[in-house]
Design a protein around this ligand. Structure first.
Ligand code: NAD
Ligand code: MG
Length: 388
C-alpha cells in the first residue's frame, strides 16, 4: 500500500484525537506533514513525539516558546500564529483533516482546497461561513471533499451510486441534545456544565453547546445544502434520541437508505481516511440487540429557535449564514463565560441577523470581513444584555 501523507488541523481537539487514534489503528502507512493546535501545547508536543511531523503549529503566539522548549530535542519545524496555521495547511499532504473549531477553520480549509487533494471536513463552519465560494473552489481545484460530520458522512454513503434526481429528501437525524425532554423554563436556568453534558456524543465545548441549542442541526442543514446541492425544502430534520441512525436518504420510489453505527466519530473519520475503500481501525461494532429500540420525533422549533433561525438564514443566502455563525460563536462563548443565559444565545443571533444589511460575498476575504463585523455586532448586543 502506498504511503499517505497527512495533516491534522485541530489535532488536539476531540476530532483531532480521534483522527490520530484511527491513523494509528488502521493498517495504512502514513507520514504526518503537520499538526496544528491552539493552547494545549503539552498535548501537541506529545502528539508530535509519537507522530514525528515535519511541522507543528500552535495558533496561539504566546505559546510559541513553551512549545519550542517541549520539542527542543526533536527535528521539527515549530511555528505559531494565524499565518503559521495557514502555512501548515499549504504543505502538500495527500489527506488533510480540517478539525479546527469555528470560523477559524475557514482559511486553512481554503488553502487545503487550493492544493486539489483530499479534504476531510469536520469543520462545518467552513461551509456555513462561505459555502457557495467554497463549493465553487472545490470544483475549480478538483479537490475531493469527504464530509466527516457524522450525518453528512452518512448521507454521502447513502447517496453513493444513486442519481440526485432520484432523491426525494434527506433525513438529517438529531439526538435532540441534553434538553430534548425539558421545557423552556428549565432551559432558562441551565448552567454551562449542564448544557455541555451531551447524552450520546463526547465533543468539544462549542459543538456541545450548539447541540444543546440545536444550532448544531441548523448549521448542519446549511452544511448539507452546500455539500449535496439539494433545495433546502428537501432537507428534513428528524429527532432520533439514540443517535444510531446517523442520517438517511429517502428516494422517489419510497425506499429509504440509512447509515447506522455507534455514536463514535471514529467511524466517519475512518471512512474519510480509507475512502474509496473501507478500513478496519479496530472500532467497536454496533450491536443492535443492545440498542433494542429506535425512536423518532419531529423537532420543536419554538423550543429550539436556533433551528428556525438557521433555516431563515439559509433562505436569505450565504451572507446571512455567515452572520448567523459568527454571532452564534460569540454568543456561545459568552454563555460559557456566564455572561448571558442559555436562551439568550438564540436571541443574540436573531438580533445580529436583523442588524446586518445586505453584503455581497465575492471572496473569502469578504467572508472573513463579514464574519468580523457580525462578531463585533454580537459583542455589542451581549453588552447591552449584560447592562439590563
Ligand atoms: P475541540 O474544541 O475539541 O477542538 C478544536 C481544535 O481546534 C483543537 O485542536 C484546538 O486547539 C484547535 N483550535 C481552536 N481554535 C483554533 C484556532 N484559532 N486556530 C487553530 N486551531 C484552533 O472541537 P471538536 O469537537 O474537535 O470540533 C472540531 C470541529 O469539528 C468543529 O467544527 C465541529 O463542529 C466539528 N465536528 C465535531 C464533532 C465532534 O464529535 N467533536 C462532530 C462533528 C463535527
Ligand atoms: Mg453532526
Amino acid at each position: 500500500m502506498t504511503e499517505k501523507t497527512v495533516t491534522i488541523l485541530g489535532s488536539t481537539g476531540s476530532i483531532g484525537k480521534s483522527t490520530i487514534d484511527v491513523l494509528l489503528k488502521a493498517n495504512i502507512p502514513f507520514r504526518i506533514k503537520a499538526l496544528v493546535g491552539n493552547q494545549n501545547v503539552s498535548l501537541l508536543a506529545k502528539q508530535a513525539e509519537i507522530l514525528k511531523p515535519e511541522m507543528v503549529v500552535t495558533a496561539d503566539e504566546t505559546k510559541y516558546l513553551e512549545l519550542k522548549k517541549l520539542l527542543n530535542k526533536q527535528n521539527v519545524h515549530v511555528a505559531a500564529g494565524k499565518n503559521a496555521v495557514v502555512e501548515a495547511a499549504k504543505l502538500d499532504a495527500d489527506w488533510t483533516m480540517s478539525a479546527i473549531v469555528g470560523a477559524a477553520g475557514l482559511e486553512p480549509s481554503v488553502e487545503v482546497i487550493k492544493r486539489g487533494k483530499i479534504l476531510a471536513l469536520a469543520n462545518k463552519e467552513t461551509l456555513v461561513c462561505a459555502g457557495k465560494l467554497v463549493m465553487e473552489m472545490i470544483k475549480k481545484y478538483n479537490t475531493t471533499l469527504i464530509p466527516v460530520d457524522s450525518e453528512h458522512s452518512a448521507i454521502f454513503q447513502c447517496l453513493a451510486n444513486n442519481k440526485k434526481t432520484e432523491v426525494d429528501h434527506l433525513l438529517l437525524t438529531a439526538s435532540g441534545g441534553p434538553f430534548f425532554l425539558k421545557d423552556k423554563e428549565y432551559m432558562a436556568n441551565v448552567t454551562p456544565q449542564q448544557a455541555l453534558k451531551h447524552p450520546n456524543w463526547s465533543m468539544g465545548a462549542k459543538i456541545s453547546i450548539d447541540s444543546a441549542t440545536m444550532m448544531n442541526k441548523g448549521l448542519e442543514i446549511i452544511e448539507a445544502f452546500y455539500l449535496f446541492n439539494l433545495p433546502a425544502e428537501k432537507i428534513n430534520v428528524l429527532i432520533h434520541p439514540q443517535s444510531i441512525i446517523h442520517s438517511a436518504v429517502a428516494y422517489i420510489d419510497g425506499a429509504v437508505i440509512a447509515q447506522l453505527g455507534n455514536p463514535d466519530m471514529k467511524t466517519p473519520i475512518a471512512y474519510a481516511f480509507g475512502w474509496p475503500n473501507r478500513i478496519d481501525a479496530k472500532i467497536a461494532k454496533l450491536d443492535l440487540t443492545k440498542i433494542a429500540s429506535l425512536t423518532f420525533f419531529t423537532p420543536d422549533e419554538e423550543k429550539f429557535p436556533a433551528l428556525k433561525l438557521a433555516k431563515q438564514a439559509l433562505k436569505i443566502g450565504c451572507e446571512a449564514t455567515n452572520v448567523l455563525n459568527a454571532a452564534n460563536e460569540i454568543a456561545v462563548n459568552a454563555f460559557l463565560n456566564q455572561k448571558i443565559r442559555f436562551l439568550d444565545i438564540a436571541k443574540v443571533v436573531k438580533k445580529v441577523l436583523e442588524n446586518i444589511n445586505t453584503f455581497n460575498l465575492n471572496s473569502i476575504d469578504d467572508a472573513l470581513a463579514l464574519d468580523n463585523l457580525a462578531r463585533e455586532k454580537a459583542k455589542i448586543v451581549i453588552k447591552k444584555m449584560e447592562e439590563k
